[in-house]
Design a protein around this ligand. Structure first.
Ligand code: ASP
Length: 435
């Protein structure tokens, strides 16, 4: 046992000096909490702005607006530094931002400064080393993330430090240009750090007491999930459950590092444990999540279900047009593709034409507005009857179903306007009734 905890704090856990003090208390209460990844400061109250959002707006702004927004950002960091009683200053860094904006800084460099400044402050307050993520996290010249190089560089950099704070969200391309992950990507950095230092556990501190079994905006007071597997978490995150970035799971699953999602405001609560394999016998279903923004494209042709070549070509057509495919559902004479509507809708007719020309199908139909909903848990197959019953109670139709080809649960497609009703009905039947 290496006895190392890698810890990541989200933006709301570091939104101001008081929040940083709270986070620092958590870190210092356990000397095995040695490697800390931080997000940029988040919202301090409802309606407030996240530093990263401000940085994006600032980068796009005209010169006058730029100066106004940058002052606003600087004032927040300055207040945090002052309230924490630190002697450091970010004046030079901000002067460089003003100069660099006009001359050479790219957008990703600019927006990554939220994490960079926050990590400098937290490191100073804790008395830990500051290690810049640009020395650890690698992207290729086209901006694709390089996991193997990153793992090697991160462990090399961190092996020189007993205790360190690392900014999340970004890394660098060859030549040093800064590149960010997708939004919410500090979770990925935290996971990379956990794997690189061989941590026994990766603690992800947020402002909620773990992973909820459904979105509290849809279901009233959903039950908290105590234990979830990496695969299930990845599926729920992909479907919009917004606690841990779905790609953060990959390095952790590979290194079998358990994750604990905890609440900074309530550190004694148990949180949610993410594990490789479920060992304890629990409820059949642990979570439900869904999101709209999909369309379903159905292609009917004799024997197309077994025609791998045709399917491959259709996927090529969709890929060439930049359309994301989230599921493929195959019958004997029909194949359906659930596609992300963004990037597809405006080219739908064109793509349907292209498919018709190539495959000469009997039909290519489009269901334009769908939602996908996933039900995950220990034994989703046992609950199929309940799923069908719950959906039919809402009057919705199941447009497609993937009954767990992998380990991660059952996914159904329904008309987009039915998403809330179906999630509520599923929750009631599958989780609410088992409480
Ligand atoms: N600050 C970045 C964002 O707001 C990354 C993160 O917080 O994980 O998306």
């Amino acid at each position: 046992m290496s006895n190392i905890k890698a810890v990541k704090f989200g933006g709301s856990s570091l939104c101001d000096a008081q929040a940083i003090e709270r986070a620092a208390k958590i870190v210092l209460s356990d000397e095995t909490r040695r490697y800390i990844t931080v997000s940029a400061p988040g919202k301090r109250f409802p309606g407030d702005e996240k530093i990263t959002d401000l940085l994006y707006s600032c980068f796009r702004a005209t010169y006058d607006e730029f100066m106004f927004l940058l002052e606003k950002i600087k004032a927040r960091f300055d207040a945090t530094i002052r309230d924490l009683g630190l002697r450091m200053s970010l004046d030079d860094d901000f002067s460089e931002l003003i100069y660099g904006r006009r001359n050479y800084f790219g957008r990703d460099y600019f927006v990554s400064r939220g994490e960079f400044f926050c990590a400098k402050i937290v490191a100073d307050y804790l008395g830990f080393d500051f290690i810049d993520a640009s020395r650890c996290v690698c992207f290729d010249e086209r901006g694709a993330f390089l996991p193997t190089e990153t793992a090697a560089k991160t462990s090399r950099e961190l092996s020189c430090s007993e205790n360190a704070v690392i900014p999340g969200f970004y890394g660098s391309m060859p030549g040093g240009t800064i590149k960010t992950f997708a939004r919410g990507g500090s979770d990925i950095t935290g996971a990379i750090v956990a794997a690189a230092v061989g941590a026994d556990v990766y603690e992800n501190w947020t402002d909620v007491s773990g992973f909820m079994s459904a979105d509290p905006k849809t279901v009233h007071e959903p039950k908290k999930i105590d234990v979830i597997t990496y695969d299930e978490l990845r599926r729920l995150s992909f479907m919009g459950a917004n606690v841990l970035h779905e790609d953060a799971v990959l390095p952790l699953r590979q290194a079998c590092i358990p994750v604990i999602i905890k609440n900074t405001l309530s550190p004694d609560e148990k949180g949610t444990r993410v594990v490789y394999k479920r060992t304890e016998v629990g409820a059949d279903v642990c979570g439900i999540a869904g999101r709209g923004g999909f369309a379903i494209l159905q292609v009917g042709k004799d024997r197309i279900g077994s025609g791998t070549e045709e399917r491959k070509r259709i996927l090529e057509i969709l890929g060439r047009r930049g359309v994301g495919v989230s599921g493929i559902y195959s019958g004997i004479d029909c194949v359906a593709f659930a596609v992300e509507r963004e990037g597809f809708s405006e080219r739908a007719d064109y793509i349907r034409n292209e498919i018709s020309q190539y495959a000469e199908p009997r039909y290519v139909t489009l269901i334009p507005k769908c939602a996908l909903i996933s039900v995950v848990g220990a034994a989703p197959c046992k609950v199929l009857t309940k799923i069908f019953t719950a959906v039919s109670e809402t009057g919705a139709k199941i447009l497609c179903i993937d009954a767990g080809a992998g380990e991660e649960g059952v996914t159904i497609g329904v008309a987009e306007e039915k998403i809330q009703d179906v999630i509520r009905a599923l929750y009631k039947r599958l989780i609410g009734e088992t409480e």
